[in-house]
Design a protein around this ligand. Structure first.
Ligand code: NAG
Ligand code: NAG
Ligand code: NAG
Ligand code: NAG
Length: 218
């Protein structure tokens, strides 16, 4: 009879435990240890093509924000060279600490080349992170792919920005999908909605959002 040495036994138990973690695809609550930052209408700043009223590109019904924009829409202010957008920019700005965005998102089939959520501001470049939907997949900027097959269903997005540690983590449906260095400190804020990518965009772009919250680490 083969007797396991203590070290082998510990290793066997550890591997079993790790294996079950992976098999179960362990879910966690990304907001654990965070406190909610209360938001009201004063925390929302709407950005939309400058030449049309908000209600032609945005609606809010039953707790759901719906944003849409067309590839040939105007930018958000006259003279801007940026791509068309309909977005909510969340206040307050933050410059340090650990902050978290949370929301439930829905992207209809057909929307492609659209940033649906981002952290604006950075020491290098204008954004810390951009999450775009291309053909139903979510990408960090143009690459890499973070998650797939997201059309026509609600999915939960959590973005944690550890400004002091210089890291950003993305969770989809409570599973960690991506982690990266940020692009340095700055005047930072979360935005969600639709913002056209520079290339490969569908003519019509839409995202819906509900239960949007901001948290801060205690
Ligand atoms: C909305 O939030 C702001 C900032 O936190 C606060 O100063 C203001 O009193 C709030 N307004 C209402 C109506 O709750
Ligand atoms: C909002 O809710 C009402 C009542 O449940 C429902 O009749 C309506 O269709 C909903 N509207 C949208 C846009 O979901
Ligand atoms: C999206 O729409 C296209 C064209 O109608 C269809 O071929 C495709 O299967 C759809 N994708 C999903 C995930 O429903
Ligand atoms: C745009 O789409 C073309 C064709 O699918 C692809 O070769 C190219 O890499 C894409 N460009 C970007 C920036 O995603």
């Amino acid at each position: 009879m083969k007797v396991l040495h203590y070290n082998q036994l510990v290793l066997a138990i550890t591997l079993t435990f790790m294996g079950s973690c992976f098999l179960n695809d362990a879910q966690i609550d990304p907001t654990f240890g965070f406190v909610e930052v209360m938001l009201n209408e004063t925390n929302f700043e709407y950005q939309k093509p400058y030449d049309i009223p908000l209600d032609q590109r945005y609606s809010y019904q039953n707790g759901t924000h719906r944003f849409w924009v067309y590839a040939d829409d105007k930018p958000h202010y006259l003279g801007s060279k940026t791509q068309p957008r309909t977005e909510i920019r969340l206040l307050p700005d933050y410059t340090s600490g650990v902050w978290q965005f949370e929301g439930l998102a829905f992207v209809p089939n057909g929307t492609s080349g659209a940033t649906i959520v981002q952290i604006h501001g950075a020491a290098h470049g204008s954004t810390t992170i951009i999450l775009r939907i291309y053909d139903g997949d979510m990408r960090y900027y143009s690459t890499p792919v973070i998650d797939t097959d997201l059309y026509d269903k609600w999915f939960k997005v959590n973005l944690i920005h550890d400004v002091d540690g210089g890291k950003v983590t993305v969770f989809i449906d409570n599973q960690e999908r991506f982690k990266t260095y940020d692009k340095g400190p700055g005047m930072l804020y979360f935005k969600f909605g639709v913002y056209a990518a520079p290339r490969n965009i569908s003519y019509y772009m839409e995202s819906r959002w509900k239960a949007v919250k901001i948290y801060k680490k205690c």
